[in-house]
Design a protein around this ligand. Structure first.
Ligand code: FES
Ligand SMILES: [Fe+2]
Length: 400
């Protein structure tokens, strides 16, 4: 039992079962999740350094929405729906690119300024006069926090990102992530499971000793999780400078330079900051990264993330970052396999729910957050798919 476990009191009536299995393969529930869990909550789109120069943009297609993040000519990073106001085409088609001083819709050629206002329609005399604002690109809620660009597709229950993330501000502030630069392109990968299975595995470290030999080698017994509270959780470990059963670990601890830019207690820390519902910002002494997941269907999930480095990275930091990435890559592949095995079982009649350890409170508290938003997830048996939204809203209004 580590220090953290001792400090967290687990109620007697603690439900060890987790969400019922039907929640992992209901299309009707997925529609509710897309709206209330994803669109109405802050999502990390990228880091400022993914769009470093005026005209740089990235796009992000998730949960039936298309986001465009763009740096305008004044250097301001803006977010828009990537939806032409003429007939809804994508205004930019690529994942990433640069536009000179305007965006030209590839369908009929409407032109937008980089601040989103309409510059003009093609063949403008075929229309009545078009108001530049009214027919401008629709803005997204956008907030930059410590260099990360957060967007929201619809208003929701969370406060500003700064308020939400305040409990992490001091510690994460030590890393000066706003000054970091992209260490590569944003990455995506598709995994054949429900998005919650991805999160369930990521939300607990109980499996580390068994399933992640490299991480276990690296951390020894220093790893602990904290549960979700007000939409945030945190996991913390320090690496053991004498570790080394694995090649990548042995070389990492040998090469990683003393992180004198960080306070003593963070110099060997690997920290994971969980952000409800679907994202993590993770730091090691030489890099920061984010990763997240979005449902593509009940049984398919888009994994997405980015890695950032110090702009004045030394050779040693670079080598350490490469080795840390190798450790992460192995860990992620192991996690994908675990999520597949866990998720597959949920369509079987023999699956009777989880039976969670006291160490898996990260899973439990994440499920609690979900149930607070979508109380239909409390029902042991699935309502009829056609009644899902109605049953959920009745339960929601019945809440004390
Ligand atoms: S849809 Fe964009 S110009 Fe027609
Ligand atoms: Fe894992």
């Amino acid at each position: 039992m580590n220090e953290m476990t001792r400090n967290i009191s687990v109620p007697n009536d603690w439900d060890r079962r987790g969400l019922p299995g039907w929640c992992y393969h209901s299309d009707a529930l997925l529609e509710l999740e897309k709206q209330h869990v994803f669109r109405e909550h802050w999502q990390i789109a990228c880091h400022l350094s993914d769009v470093p120069e005026p005209g740089n943009y990235i796009t992000m297609d998730v949960v039936g929405e298309r986001a465009l993040i763009l740096r305008d000519q004044g250097g301001i990073v803006r977010g828009f729906h990537n939806i032409c106001r003429h007939r809804g085409s994508r205004v930019v088609a690529d994942d990433k690119g640069t536009c000179r001083n305007a965006l030209v819709c590839p369908f009929h050629g409407w032109v937008y300024n980089l601040d989103g206002t309409l510059r003009g329609a093609a063949r403008p005399r075929s229309f009545p006069p078009l108001d530049k604002q009214e027919f401008g690109l629709m803005p997204l809620d956008l907030e930059v926090w410590m260099g990360f660009v957060f967007i929201r597709f619809a208003p929701g229950p969370q406060p500003s990102v700064a308020d939400l993330m305040q409990p992490f501000a001091t510690e994460l502030g030590e890393y000066r992530t706003e000054e970091m630069v992209a260490a590569g392109n944003l990455w995506t990968q598709v995994s054949p499971v429900n998005w919650k299975s991805v999160r369930d595995v990521d939300n607990e470290g109980y499996h580390v000793a068994m399933a992640h030999p490299a991480l276990q080698d690296l951390y020894g017994s220093t790893y602990y999780d904290e549960p979700f509270v007000n939409g945030l959780c945190r996991s913390f470990a320090t690496y053991n400078p004498h570790a080394g059963r694995r090649w990548s670990v042995r070389n990492y601890v040998a090469i990683a330079p003393e992180a004198t830019h960080l306070p003593e207690h963070l110099r060997r820390a690997w920290i994971y900051y969980g952000i409800f519902a679907n994202a993590v910002i993770a730091v090691t002494p030489e890099a920061v990264q984010f990763y997240q997941e979005f449902p593509l269907s009940t049984g398919k999930t888009l994994l997405r993330g980015g890695i950032y480095r110090y702009h004045d990275e030394t050779r040693e930091q670079r080598a350490a970052r490469y080795l840390a990435h190798r450790i992460d890559r192995d860990t992620q592949a192991e996690d994908v396999q675990l999520t597949v095995w866990s998720n597959e079982s949920m369509t079987s009649k023999a699956f009777s729910g989880f039976y969670l350890s006291d160490l898996e409170y990260g899973v439990r508290t994440h499920h609690d957050h979900l149930r607070a938003i979508l109380p239909v997830m409390n029902l042991p048996k699935a309502p009829d798919e056609r009644d899902m939204a109605e049953v959920n809203s009745q339960l929601r209004s019945a809440k004390p």
